[in-house]
Design a binder for this molecule. Structure first.
Ligand code: AMP
Ligand code: ZN
Length: 440
């Protein structure tokens, strides 16, 4: 495997003495709390209800006094209710799946785009990127933060960017081969698929110049890393982020490949008990919570990611002093990530409720076939529809498939089943059957 040099994009920030970092966080947190209190009704009302005044927050030690924020708040305040800056200052909207049929959106000021770009530049540099690199961006471009995020970061380090966006495996490999891409940014499962397709399409892996890749947007494992590194003869690095906090680059792996450094000069991370919300010590597994401290468009206070992981404050051999987060080992909610796209059962439900002829009984069955996620949606027909003609039923199947594609953004196989075919449960119905083995 090609060795990755230990390059640091912004050593002053990334290797900052921890006491100085704490002072910086304290100052930035106080500024952020004042900004949201003065500009965002939801934060002001929540703080008032909790009996917390902005002057009570003097630094990170007081963070636990502040109320949490959730994805449902973004849904309820959709689209602009959480903005802390005038709309005229917002230069970008990015979005992600909401818990129902509507997406959630985040507004970014020029400052926020710059902060995000720097975070990705740090991530790519840690994976060895520099101005001599040719970076193929195979994350989707659009509302999803992956494509544009990686693109901006790659431009920032001065690399040559190939903005492929997702899909079209043959063309991806042809460009990677012919242009001599040295780095790849995409989801780990698609990267494995590309690697496996390479030989099938008659390429010799030795003809590729790829040396590393930044892979994220979905959970993956050490087994998958080994597989990926073998398929392409590269170093594979993990990169993590979420739209609400700023997109990819919130945290990223360094050459030690032992957890992702969190950009702590821009965000404060906590781990809390998902049940009680009580903060947990470093090293304990719990729900990751972020507070942004430099964003001005839509700052987030104690945002509950629903991602489960551990935080590690032990020193890292790379020289960076920022905390590291371990791999995401699960979720505290029912969100699925399918081919890098977040899917909530509520989104599927919202589609089905609008379509006559189907009952609101459904089940989502997820599998991974040849490294690619497959989603099957089993939907019950109503009694009336069940006795209709085959042509009518086929038409209905087509409508549901199209609607799911347009609302959820992924292609699913829709299987119509007879009335009462889906098992009923006494308590919470079992909507999801996830057969993927994430250990391989
Ligand atoms: P989005 O806002 O659509 O980019 O989705 C963000 C979510 O994707 C996170 O909350 C995680 O659940 C998941 N995610 C992003 N990067 C990673 C990663 N490297 N490992 C595991 N999950 C990830
Ligand atoms: Zn490190």
């Amino acid at each position: 495997m090609k060795v990755t040099e230990n390059k640091i994009y912004n050593p002053e920030a990334e290797c900052m003495d921890r006491a100085a970092l704490r002072e910086l966080q304290d100052r930035r947190l106080v500024e952020t709390v004042n900004r949201v209190y003065n500009n965002v009704p939801l934060y002001r009302e929540r703080m008032q209800a909790a009996g917390v005044k902005p002057e009570d927050i003097k630094g990170v030690d007081d963070l636990h006094l502040l109320p949490f924020t959730n994805k449902t708040d973004l849904r309820d305040e959709f689209p602009f209710g959480l903005l802390a800056a005038p709309k005229s200052e917002i230069v970008r909207i990015q979005g992600s799946s909401g818990t129902t049929g509507k997406p959630i959106v985040a507004g970014y000021t020029r400052n926020d785009v710059d902060v995000w770009t720097e975070m990705v530049a740090r991530s790519l540099t840690a994976a060895g990127a520099g101005k001599d690199d040719i970076i193929q961006v195979t994350y989707g471009y659009g509302l999803f933060t992956g494509g544009l995020g990686a693109h901006q970061g790659a431009s920032q380090v001065g690399a040559m960017v190939i903005p492929m966006s997702s899909g079209n495996t043959q063309r991806q490999l042809m460009m990677m081969h012919d242009l001599g891409a040295t780095m790849l940014c995409c989801t780990p499962s698609y990267a494995i698929y590309l690697g496996e397709s390479l030989k099938e399409l008659g390429y010799d892996p030795k003809e590729f110049r790829l040396k590393s890749g930044c892979f994220g947007a979905e959970p993956w494992t050490e087994e998958m890393r080994k597989k990926l590194e073998g398929l392409f003869d590269i170093n594979a690095y993990n990169i993590y982020g979420l739209t609400e906090i700023g997109g990819p680059g919130v945290a990223f792996e360094c050459c030690a490949k032992n957890g992702m450094h969190i950009n702590e000069d821009h965000v404060i991370a906590e781990i809390v008990d998902p049940e009680t919300g009580e903060p947990l010590p470093y090293g304990e597994s719990g729900e990751l919570v972020f507070t942004t401290i430099t964003k001005t468009g839509m700052p987030m206070i104690r945002y509950r990611t629903h991602d489960i992981c551990v935080l590690d404050d032990s020193p890292c051999p790379c020289g960076r002093t920022h905390l590291r987060m371990g791999r995401i080992t699960g979720r505290t909610d029912d969100m699925l990530i399918i081919r890098g796209v977040n899917v909530f059962p509520g989104q599927i439900e919202s589609v089905l409720l609008r379509i006559p002829g189907v009952a609101p009984h459904y089940q989502l069955i997820v599998d991974r076939v040849n490294s690619t996620d497959r989603l099957e949606v089993q939907v019950e027909l109503t009694d009336e529809m069940f006795s209709d003609t085959v042509a009518d039923v086929e038409k209905l199947q087509h409508t549901i498939t199209e609607q799911i594609k347009s609302v959820v953004g992924i292609a699913a196989k829709v299987k119509l089943v007879p009335p009462k075919a889906i098992p009923r449960s006494e308590g919470k119905s079992k909507r999801i059957i996830d057969n993927r083995d994430l250990t391989k």
